[in-house]
Design a protein around this ligand. Structure first.
Ligand code: G3P
Ligand code: MG
Length: 248
């Protein structure tokens, strides 16, 4: 195992703590930190006018007060939306988070490790990655605490070219043929994979390739213990407080 892996906590707050607060909002990050979570994953994509925002779906419908494609709206409009009420009325003050706000939060909490998942819409991988990296290089004070991940190999290829020293992880839904070659070519240090796809053989293979294995998304304490026993290196969870006491 690469020594760089040793420092990363086992539990990763998924979209902040998506089980306790609206995903990818400031409230979700703040609650994660308050609960002792020191490794947080968020998703990033671009608005119509090239602002990088912290958002998961490519449409606004599920998690905001509006409808339509994210990529067809400008930041000026998106920043007015309510991104919290869908989860609970107590969070009606939560808006969509801009990448600059995420960076500001991370800079204020230097012990926090961050996984930014690049979620470009189809055909937008290069621009999304370039703009996100430009902003991170300009504003983020702790790039050694950052992991850039993506399901999109082109986004990772762009990251490798623009920021070769940044830790990259390949996200995969399943063990498609050729994934090891993709991961090796992109010089990834980790594979992030759906926990239902993981086997001991897969974990061994990743470790032999000097890559860590992290699994998404695990909210069941029994399953989390099982994966830990199988020697996975981390799990993404919406509900870290439910798992803490079961893990250690
Ligand atoms: O990055 C791990 C996990 O977040 C990937 O799946 O759909 O929750 O972004 P998703
Ligand atoms: Mg994600």
């Amino acid at each position: 195992m690469d020594v760089n892996e040793i420092d990363y906590p086992f539990l990763i707050g998924h979209r902040g703590v998506a089980g306790y607060a609206p995903e990818n909002t400031l409230a979700s990050l703040a609650l994660a930190y308050k609960l002792g979570v020191r490794f947080i994953e968020v998703d990033v994509m671009l608005t119509a006018d090239n602002h990088a925002i912290i958002f998961h779906d490519h449409t606004l419908d599920r998690t905001t007060s509006f409808k339509g494609k994210v990529s067809q709206h400008k930041w000026q409009q998106l920043q007015t939306l309510d991104s919290g009420s869908w989860f609970h009325p107590d969070f009606s003050d939560q808006g969509i988070l801009h990448l600059k706000d995420l960076i500001e939060f991370a800079n204020q909490h230097p012990d926090l490790k961050l996984n930014i998942e690049l979620k470009p819409k189809f055909s937008n991988a290069i621009r999304t990655t370039r703009l996100v990296i430009q902003q991170l290089k300009r504003e983020f004070k702790n790039p050694e605490r950052l992991i850039l991940s993506s399901f999109d190999p082109l986004a990772l290829k762009t990251a490798q070219f623009l920021w070769p020293t940044c830790y990259r992880a390949l996200n995969i839904e399943n063990r498609y043929m050729g994934w090891p070659l993709v991961a090796i070519n992109l010089k990834c240090k980790a594979i992030h994979i759906d926990h239902q796809e993981v086997t001991s053989g897969f974990i061994n293979k990743c470790h032999q390739m000097n890559m860590a294995v992290r699994c998404f998304t695990v909210n069941d304490p029994y399953r989390a213990r099982q994966l830990k026993a199988m020697l996975v290196d981390g799990i993404f969870t919406d509900r870290p407080a439910d798992l803490f006491s079961h893990m250690f």
